[in-house]
Ligand binder design. Sequence first.
Ligand SMILES: *Cc1c(COP(=O)(O)O)cnc(C)c1O
Length: 360
Amino acid sequence: MSRVYNFSAGPSMLPEEVLKKAAAEMLDYEGSGQSVMEMSHRSKVYDSIIKGAEALLRELMNIPDNYKVLFLQGGASTQFAAIPLNFMNGSGKADYVLTGQWAKKAFAEAQKYGDVKAVASSADKTFSYIPKLDKSTFTPDADYFYICMNNTIYGTVYHELPDTGNVPLIADISSCFLSEPLDVTKFGMVYGGAQKNVAPAGLTICIIREDLLGHARDITPTMLNYQIHADNNSLYNTPPCYTIYICKLVLEWLKENGGLEAMQARNIKKAKLLYDFLDNSKMFRGTVVPEDRSLMNVPFVTDSDELNAKFVKEAQDAGLVNLKGHRTVGGMRASIYNAMPYAGVQALVDFMAKFEKENA
Ligand SMILES: *Cc1c(COP(=O)(O)O)cnc(C)c1O
């Protein structure tokens, strides 16, 4: 068996230890005589899996008791509609910052439901930076203020959160979930699809301050009503059982490996290796302004589309896969989530140095 280093933006690498454990437990989970795939979601044995996952997430992220943790389906994209339906219930207004495709999609969806304002955008420079925010432009009576924290496609991240006063801050953290400590109390809600950094596809985790629940619009579909899922401990209907189980294994792995502080230190070290190489290369360069660079997604280019394509192809042949940039931006992108080992980034940098020499 030979495994590649997978730089995909999502679904993406999972820790090898987790995959091995899941394989070992595939036919008989802890003496139950069944695979987790086959279990009733209402069984006692499954209850310990979903409750265990929630407890671990609360511990690792230091989630206060007045926040609900929901395990849902539909991907991050479904929350783009659920958020206005659940929270745009006072003034009917909300502020959005446009930092890329995911923020734009969330914004477009919210426009169907109310008076939505784009307070800032970095579209003028292909979303290669996080715009400076001017508080005087914020809507004082907005029902919420929305950001996409880590911009998966463009490789930017907020290092400083907007000061929204009493207006709840809502953040899509899909691609930076569990990559470093996060002060949940600064937010009304954070959420993300699990397939970037937490689990396989199929699970979306929402962490919501309790006082924001219970005010969904009457037209809100039952399945999009966060209160319904909170009241039923994410078991209103069948949850993505197996994905939640893998999520629990990933959370155990995170805990065994020192938690989010240790993960942050590892991620900084990995990203530094790649950014330092890009800053010193004569062929490759990063596309994001240095102060807004993401630890998780690193887009880069050469000056030639032909060389970019040659690089992606030869890298793939060398076991470094999924380095092609998003179809809307071109070039290359290395996603280096928690499960990507330092050795994987080292292999990439070594390959880039060799490629640069051969094609100079
Ligand atoms: C991948 C991604 C999404 C879309 O997630 P789905 O689960 O496919 O709907 C949304 N936001 C961000 C930041 C992402 O990285």
